[in-house]
Design a protein around this ligand. Sequence first.
Ligand SMILES: *Cc1c(COP(=O)(O)O)cnc(C)c1O
Length: 470
Amino acid sequence: MTSPPNSPQQSVPSVDRVLNMNSVAALTEIHGRAPVTEAVRAVIDESRAAIGTDGEAALAGLEEGALTKRIGVRLELAAAPSLKPVFNLTGTVLHTNLGRAPLPVEAIAAMTEVAGAANLEYDLGSGKRGDRDSHLEALLAELTGAEAATVVNNNAAAVLLTLNSLAMRKEVPVSRGELIEIGGAFRIPDIMSRAGAKLVEVGTTNRTHLKDYAEAVGPKTAALMKVHTSNYRVEGFTKSVSGKELAGLARQHDLPLIEDLGSGTLVDLAQFGLPHEPTAAETVAAGVDVVTFSGDKLLGGPQAGLIVGRRDLIERIKKNPMKRALRLDKVTIAALAAVLRLYRDPDRLAQRVPTLRLLARDEADIRAAAERMRGPVAAALGDGFEVSVIACQSQIGSGSQPVERLPSAAIAIQPAGKRKGAGLSRLGNAFQKLPVPVVGRIHDDALLFDLRCLEDEAGFLAQLGGLDLI
Ligand SMILES: *Cc1c(COP(=O)(O)O)cnc(C)c1O
């Protein structure tokens, strides 16, 4: 259908005409021909639709300057990555949805260095095929006291692979008090069945004794297993069997003992004023044969699942074809190795590993930051908001020490005066639309920014001018 003569529809230029405008052609240099053509087509379609309802304004939007601007905005939006850095001011240091551990600069540099060709599985010198685990194994052995080590995509994969390698079509007794669910559908019974192993529940929810395990051991038993109940705590009339006691029973029956340590750590966190978590070295020393833990929880590294333990068992795990499906890439291996190297110098860990630095951060230091920033934040928000400094509590996150709280300080923002009663989620949204989105939490009718994890104060303040508060 053609438009009647002199209708506004006729004023809509063709795609080719717009593409030939000098200012639009310039965009091609930046974004490439295909994305610009697509953006031009979309903007023209939009104008054609708008002319019917909103003739005058739509016509103004067809003038070269306005048109170029609209096309440019569309291109910028399409080119922006959806995964981007944020300010994690939630107060949860290891926030799974915000990417868990922030990496040390040493790890970031190491990732960049191996981004091109690297000797990932190549033995320099002999020219023979190498093993990607070799870049981590000696370090992990040194730091945990284990004979051997291998590494996969995350701790869930480490548990799956370990059970599949050592207990396929066989039985594994686990205490009913340790049948955990970790957020995101990781449940011990499900992982066990997906691994092809049969879970044998022993004991009760609150109390499990050594004799419960002993009674469960039979001809089909392949291994004993302990799971660190990282994300909840059973209190009161409780009893669990330690790794050391269970190791004795396992040895008696010539069975391997597996422990999922969850977060796991390589150093005693008590030195940073944090609650004690069992270290991988303590667990190995207690006689556990295979220990698995995460790379991106308390360790402070990239997402990875670390498996350390007895050489013969680690060899069986490495030979499992599933290992190939769960293996790490070179960039993650480089980052993890860099983090592990930092652990060789325990004296400087609290400065160099951001996770530990943030967890160990002093309350007074956080409060001082909040006092410093209160004024500039209030100024950026303008009238209609009350900005104060309050005491709050951070948490470790990722299921580590769930009941433990770390005293901290926050900037609290409340709509007041002319904005009294305005929605806090709208205010939160405005902060999340900034170039580096700011994620806080809503608590007691205020938007809270827990400053424990804010290290780039200048970067945070610099973008507040762009807040769109409407
Ligand atoms: C966190 C956790 C897992 C899962 O580890 P990911 O590295 O997130 O895959 C498994 N078991 C326990 C006990 C955990 O705490």
